[in-house]
Design a protein around this ligand. Structure first.
Ligand code: GLN
Length: 274
């Protein structure tokens, strides 16, 4: 007997799944949006989507991130494909995009580099908002680059994607802007064992050290990859802003500053090269 929307939602509630998540998963398998689910709860689903819904609901209750189950996440008002090879784009990272856009001219060509692009969310958002931008995005993970490539194509964004260990593939090149959301969680941080992070690529989250190892490499290499007056902007952890400003100042950056995210946490730091 085919199950109705109402029956499937009641079953999911019994599992302990929040109703909003249940409705999102149901929309994903059936194409019935949440308004139609509410208006016509007696709608019957075919066996295949009903079984798929039950599988996704059980995986969600076991902890898998909603974004991986849906295969997508919105970032900067754009829909991005995501899978377990890439970090799920976070709302706080939109701050990095906004700060970058403030420094990229709307009406002149310029060059930008995104280090550790993952899903390509930052690079694609920048390229979409700056048609004259020559956008380069690198990642050491080929699997991530494949996802980023599909996201760039989906949004018609011109992004040059390169396999690279930070700056290794862009030797000799310079950019007006370098951005990055690198792995900055310290190895022993309890957050790595909680929530969505348990399912995300560990190499996108932690440096397996004190949390600053990759940030040090990014700051150290920026000098020979920025054009005169160019900006380096990067995301970091809630308690790393002072250390990041010190790294930038020691590397000779001017206008060193940190910016708060919507939660009031210093989340992005950066500076301008001489
Ligand atoms: N902001 C992420 C988190 O703490 C970490 C992302 C990263 O390491 N770049 O959930």
């Amino acid at each position: 007997m085919a199950a109705t929307v109402q029956q499937l939602l009641a079953w999911a509630r019994g599992l302990g799944l929040p109703v909003l998540e249940a409705r999102m998963l149901l929309e994903h398998v059936s194409g019935l949006d949440r308004t139609r689910q509410a208006a016509w709860p007696e709608t019957a689903l075919d066996d295949a989507p009903a079984a798929r819904f039950q599988d996704l609901a059980q995986r969600r209750v076991a902890g898998e991130p909603v974004a991986y189950l849906l295969g997508s996440r919105e970032f900067f008002s754009l829909e991005f494909e995501v899978d377990a090879n890439v970090l799920i784009p976070r709302p706080e990272t939109e701050l990095l995009v906004e700060l970058a856009l403030e420094r990229l001219p709307a009406d002149a060509p310029c060059r930008a580099l995104d280090l550790g692009t993952g899903s390509g969310a930052i690079a694609v958002a920048l390229a979409r908002h700056r048609p004259l931008l020559a956008m380069t995005a690198v990642d050491r993970s080929e699997a991530a680059l494949a996802v980023a490539g599909r996201n760039a194509a989906r949004h018609g964004a011109a992004v040059r994607l390169l396999a690279s260990d930070w700056y290794s593939a862009v030797a000799g090149e310079r950019f007006e802007l370098i951005v990055s959301n690198p792995p900055y969680i310290a190895a022993g941080d309890v957050h790595l064992e909680q929530g969505d992070l348990r399912f995300e690529p560990r190499g996108a989250l932690t440096d397996e050290a004190d949390g600053l190892a990759h940030l040090r490499r990014i700051v150290a290499g920026a000098g020979e990859h920025l054009a005169p007056g160019g900006w380096l902007l990067f995301e970091h952890g809630y308690d790393q802003a002072a250390d990041c400003r010190a790294l930038l100042a020691a590397a000779g950056f001017a206008a060193v500053q940190s910016w708060q995210d919507l939660a009031g946490i210093e989340r992005v730091s950066g500076g301008r090269l001489g």
